[in-house]
Ligand binder design. Structure first.
Ligand SMILES: [Zn+2]
Length: 475
């Protein structure tokens, strides 16, 4: 479907799906040597604005952030957007900036919107990347694949005003506010009640009226006592105030629709349904247009492996949270959602497919799987380095991996290396050490070269792995 008059240099291999016409400018992406380039032909503002070299009437443009922003302005489908409360959305963190093609293949044909750009400050720091690069990788992939179905960009787990402002400047359409540092410490009961009674009188009376004297909390079976309310206020009220502040200070006036996610999950204490209700009710009363809320569910959501815990207990807890979400109309968000196949059917079922699920690490692990299969020598290098750096990396992530259970590399044949990607302890080892592996410049460059060389194998494996998540969710 490339335009017949579009003359690419002979050496370039076009991506046919990328062909698009915007007014009098025609665009086509193509592989030229080791890089993808954007080729523009025609006339008009888009053609004029793009930065590149003109050869035989075709402008050859590198995939810079500036060129991406120009394409974004002229072709709305290449810009991220917000999806609101009714769509199922899938967070697809891509720490390498290589995975969006496979992510798009995976969601194609399924009623779920891809949040292609999704990085936390921690991930950016560990990978020495910035939000512009994250947006570039996603937006160019959207153009390369001719994807017109919409995509989102999530400034993930942001904790400070300045971090939110930075994500907004980069064009994010979703902000995940990590309230973990604002959650109060759980006081003992007498202290909580004392603090509650010492609240400003009008606030205390409103809380009493809204929670203790109501008999029907939106039809939900929730009972508050002064003690339980006092505890919830002590822990969650500071987080609510922070979320309200961020909304009115930064998001309400952003000038575009935003998906605003409130994350309560990065804490050791599970979120009681009554606390979920309290947070949702307070945000709603304050006039905050939040989209989703991420409670900390019962059980363990460890990196890179399936759910750990009692499934009946999870189901009961999840249903209680899903009912609250339904009552307020917001979506439930499930974090650390990579590979949680045991619970996906419950998530799809009990939310009637109004949920957000975040994944990230699994996309990196699929890349490692390709290396284990096709680049055994390189895999051995990265595995050895992962073992060396595991202790440092575990400062960032909660994992249970026991290194003594991982078979020594020297005892494993090349053909068996991929088994490391199926065993829990080695999966977690490889999952959490990515940042430190990329701190070794030689190893980093060898890995990136190998990912490039085996891109079609990586894409195929990753697309099928993410599709497994989607089917298991019931979509
Ligand atoms: Zn989280």
């Amino acid at each position: 479907m490339t335009s017949p008059q579009f003359k690419l240099p002979n050496s370039a291999t076009p991506y046919p799906e990328s062909y698009v016409q915007a007014k009098d400018t025609r665009l086509l992406m193509a592989r030229a040597g080791a890089n993808d380039m954007l080729y523009a032909e025609g006339q008009g503002p888009l053609f004029q604005e793009l930065e590149g070299v003109v050869e035989q009437n075709v402008k050859i443009c590198p995939l810079t952030s500036d060129n991406r922003r120009i394409v974004n302005r002229h072709l709305p489908f290449t810009r991220p957007s917000a999806f609101g409360r009714e769509h199922a959305t899938l967070g697809l963190g891509d720490r390498l900036g290589l995975c969006s093609d496979a992510h798009l293949q995976a969601v194609k044909g399924h009623p779920i919107k891809p949040i292609l750009a999704q990085q936390s400050i921690r991930e950016l720091t560990l990978m020495h990347r910035n939000y512009d690069q994250v947006m570039d990788a996603a937006a160019w992939s959207v153009l390369r694949n001719g994807w017109h179905e919409g995509w989102g960009a999530d400034g993930d787990h942001l904790k400070q005003d300045e971090e939110v402002a930075m994500a907004l400047r980069a064009g994010c359409t979703m902000i995940t506010l990590d309230c973990s540092e604002r959650l109060g410490k759980k006081p003992d009961q007498a202290e909580a009640v004392g603090d509650f009674r010492a609240l400003p009188e009008d606030l205390r009376e409103r809380f009493i009226g809204d929670y203790l004297q109501q008999t029907d909390a939106r039809g939900l079976d929730l009972i508050f006592t002064e003690e339980s309310l006092a505890e919830i206020v002590a822990v969650y009220w500071p987080a609510v105030e922070f979320a309200v502040h961020i909304w009115f200070e930064l998001l309400e006036g952003a000038g575009r629709a935003m998906d605003y996610e409130i994350s309560l999950d990065e804490t050791l204490a599970t979120t009681p349904p009554a606390a979920h209700y309290f947070v949702a009710n307070e945000l709603t009363k304050a006039g905050v247009s939040y989209t989703s809320l991420a409670p900390r569910f019962v059980g363990e959501f460890q990196k890179g492996i399936d759910y750990l815990g009692d499934l009946d207990e999870f189901s009961e807890d999840f249903v209680a949270h899903a009912k609250i979400a339904d009552a307020f109309g917001h979506k439930i968000s499930v974090h650390s959602g990579s590979d949680k196949f045991l619970i996906f059917p419950l998530v799809g079922l009990h939310t009637a497919n109004r949920f957000h699920l975040k994944t990230a690490g699994t996309s990196w692990l699929e890349g490692v799987r390709v290396l284990a299969r096709l680049e055994p020598a390189l895999y051995r290098r990265l595995h050895a380095r992962a073992l060396d750096t595991f202790e440092d990396a575990s400062a960032y992530y909660q994992v249970k991996a026991d290194l003594s259970k991982i078979r020594p590399l020297s005892s494993v044949d090349d053909s068996e290396l991929p088994l490391y990607l199926t065993e829990e302890d080695s999966r977690q080892l490889l999952h959490i050490t990515y940042g430190l592996l990329f701190d070794d410049p030689q190893l980093a460059s060898a890995m990136m070269t190998a990912f490039g060389k085996h891109k079609s194998a990586y894409d195929a494996g990753l697309a099928s792995h993410i599709r497994k998540h989607i089917t298991c969710l019931g979509l």
